[in-house]
Design a protein around this ligand. Structure first.
Ligand SMILES: Nc1ncnc2c1ncn2[C@@H]1O[C@H](COP(=O)(O)OP(=O)(O)O)[C@@H](O)[C@H]1O
Ligand SMILES: [Mg+2]
Length: 354
């Protein structure tokens, strides 16, 4: 974890095939040291395989893998400076917390006292001082997870890998543990590669997200870039909610284009898409509903209106199709069956590729 290298992990056109199945196809990315990068995508898209390729638990069938500036493509797991925290924690049930955390260190050439000192330090970092003598079965799920993190941390790896670390925890704990992992990562400036299929979790913990789709990278960027500027239909739909509607790109200049969406004309980046029919992703909170008879905009009717305490949700039948709308500040609910006009905020609307 005390890397001086700027780039901690680099994939250069990496492919991993299992027989006929390409689990990872020609993937390239860089992870800077001190960064928490999340691999996000639906089940089966190749996240775990990518993580295992970093760890050396799978060998690439093509391309090159660099860790800390060193080519590790052909190196086994034991010769790579990485530690993995598994979904199931993989704690030894018959060993105490201290023995579990010490386990990896006892393989090193450290003296017994040094091993214990470092293990105690690891437990302190994850807030488990005083739990040394307990067995894993005497801990909550969240505490077991922290033991697993401490066990990986004490090895001071160049890169720490997490594969869906929260999936065995209940919903309430998940939020707390993900914050703990993020705090620890920032405090110790750890380089972390984190795998999840949960977009909210990814948005919450990451410096950067790599979205994967069917063995390739769909898009990478900061949580904000991905949410506010998704480039494909898949990314727009996978990160947050999006209404995908058809519009017409009627003119373009250098960067910006003019989109015609029924009665509305909207300026937005054109992504080098050709003039003509385009797919538009509109965030539910970017749609403004106006129930007044004199209002202008896309005509529609309230099909469903739901009060959810902190916000209102609507289903609107409109001239551009059925739309899901969130009104975060809604005071007056617009009744079902009521005609409305729709305006679209500047932020939260993007052209996307198929
Ligand atoms: N050991 C393996 N043998 C054969 N196919 C595998 C193996 N591991 C993964 N796969 C396949 O590779 C693809 C990606 O799997 P995986 O990386 O586990 O996805 P994810 O973690 O995103 O759910 C899937 O189609 C999966 O069935
Ligand atoms: Mg997986």
């Amino acid at each position: 974890m005390n890397s001086t290298a700027h780039i901690a992990v680099e994939f250069l056109n990496v492919t991993k095939a299992f027989g006929n199945v390409k689990a990872v196809r020609d993937v390239s990315f860089q992870i800077q040291s001190g960064e928490l990068v999340t691999l996000l995508g639906p089940s089966g898209c190749g996240k775990t395989t990518t993580l295992r390729l970093i760890a050396g638990l799978e060998m690439a069938t093509g391309g090159q893998i660099m860790i800390g500036g060193r080519d590790v493509t052909q190196l086994p797991a034991t010769d790579r400076d990485v530690s993995m925290v598994f979904q199931s924690y993989a704690l030894f049930p018959h060993m105490t917390v201290l023995q579990n955390v010490s386990y990896g260190l006892t393989m090193s050439r450290l003296s017994k006292d040094m091993v214990e000192e470092q293990a105690l330090n690891g437990l302190k970092l994850v807030g488990l001082t005083g739990f040394e003598k307990r067995l894993p079965s005497e801990l909550s799920g969240g505490q077991q997870q922290r033991v697993a993190v401490a066990r990986a941390l004490v090895l001071e790896p160049e890169v720490l890998l997490f594969d869906e670390p929260l999936s065995n925890l209940d919903a309430k704990l998940r939020r707390r543990v993900r914050e703990e992992i993020r705090d620890l990562q920032q405090q110790l400036q750890l380089t972390v590669v984190y795998v999840t299929h949960d977009q909210e979790e990814a948005l919450a913990v990451s410096d950067r997200i790599i979205v994967m789709q069917e063995a390739v990278i769909a898009q990478q960027g900061s949580p904000r870039e991905l949410y506010e500027s998704p480039k494909t239909r898949f990314v727009a739909d996978f990160i947050g909610d999006a209404n995908l509607v058809n519009g017409k790109l009627i003119s373009t200049d250098n960067v910006m284009g003019t989109l015609q969406l029924d009665e509305l004309t909207i300026q937005l980046p054109h992504l080098n898409l050709p003039i003509g029919e385009v797919t538009v992703a509109v965030r539910p909170e970017a749609i403004l509903l106006d129930p007044r008879p004199e209002a202008t905009g896309i005509p529609g009717t309230v099909h469903k209106a739901v009060y959810l305490g902190s916000h209102l949700e609507y289903e609107i039948k409109s001239a551009v199709g059925e739309l899901f709308v969130i009104d975060p500040l809604g005071t007056e609910i617009i009744a079902e069956g009521h005609p409305v006009r729709l305006q679209i905020r500047e932020r939260g609307v993007n052209l996307v590729q198929d």
